[in-house]
Design a protein around this ligand. Structure first.
Ligand SMILES: Nc1ncnc2c1ncn2[C@@H]1O[C@H](COP(=O)(O)OP(=O)(O)O)[C@@H](O)[C@H]1O
Ligand SMILES: [Mg+2]
Length: 263
């Protein structure tokens, strides 16, 4: 790659990630170009959330380098907090605070990271809720929201600081098919209209691929596919076929111990 190419939003080079004294992923090379949507797919337990933990700095790599927005993910807390302002994260579960309204939840990151006069804050919160189609729900509490609405409030909160990079961990979990479709279209629309880069971790292959520009599949401790969604659908690799078909039998090892040799 030449020096005048813009740095990718995310770049991992020969990364190894360990958890609980065990190697979960090894030999990970991966780039997310700016402006696109990348799907990180793989069966449960394959290490998708572990990969995201490396991007947010929660899990430092045991080997290799992890770069986010052109910078090696720092280990020092202060610098890490600074980087995290630029990375919107929607983790599994919504993480909404139950005793705050939708608007107050969305206001949280703005209160934490920016000192704004109340009218400006209110305006920004209204804009973020409007962006996810929930202007009218501002004063509702999480328990008064449907699952899909709650997910959209969490999305508005993740977008509060206008992050250039959004990371989603299983954004469809617990949603019915209609709500899931709404969320996926919203993610695609926001990515385009706000000019962000999005990384979507999901085991919902058939819902995630249509909005993705690129996909990687992780299994057996490493990346087993990297390419476009069309290339993925066409793949004749038995491992990929097994994964796409959701079959328990085949070359993907489930819940087994992954040795360091797995890749
Ligand atoms: N905090 C942890 N401590 C020890 N092992 C963990 C921890 N988190 C995840 N693991 C293990 O790492 C592997 C990958 O988990 P995870 O990244 O959550 O998979 P996925 O998100 O693809 O379902 C699993 O075998 C899981 O048991
Ligand atoms: Mg996970």
């Amino acid at each position: 790659m030449s020096d005048d190419t813009p740095t990718p939003a995310v770049r991992l080079r020969d990364v190894r990630l360990d958890r609980g004294g065990r190697t979960v992923l090894d030999g990970i090379d991966f780039e997310a170009p700016r402006g696109g949507i990348v799907a990180v797919l793989g069966p449960s337990g394959s290490g998708k959330s572990t990969l995201l933990a490396a991007l947010t700095g929660e899990l430092p790599p045991a080997a290799g380098t992890v770069e986010v927005l052109g910078q090696v993910v720092p280990t020092r807390q202060r610098e890490l907090l600074e980087l995290r302002k630029h990375v919107g994260v929607l983790l599994q579960g919504n993480g909404l605070l139950t005793d705050l309204t939708a608007a107050e939840n969305v206001a949280l990151p703005l209160r934490t990271h920016a000192r704004l006069p109340k009218p400006v804050l209110d305006r920004l919160v209204a804009m973020k809720l409007g962006a996810v189609g929930l202007h009218a729900a501002a004063n509702l509490y999480p328990r008064e929201l449907s699952g899909g609405m709650a997910r959209r409030v969490a999305l508005a909160r993740a977008l509060a600081l206008d992050p250039p990079l959004m990371i989603y961990d299983e954004p469809l979990t617990g949603l019915d098919p209609i709500a899931a479709g709404v969320i996926m279209r919203l993610i695609a629309r926001l990515n385009a209209s706000l000019g962000m880069t999005s990384i979507i971790v999901s085991h919902h292959v058939h819902e995630t691929l249509p909005i993705s520009d690129r996909a990687i599949v992780i299994a057996n401790g490493g990346i087993v596919f990297s390419g476009t969604p069309a290339e993925l659908e066409r793949s004749e690799d038995p491992l990929i076929r097994q994964f796409l078909a959701g079959s328990p039998d085949g070359p993907i090892r489930f819940d087994g111990a992954l040795g360091a040799e797995a890749a």
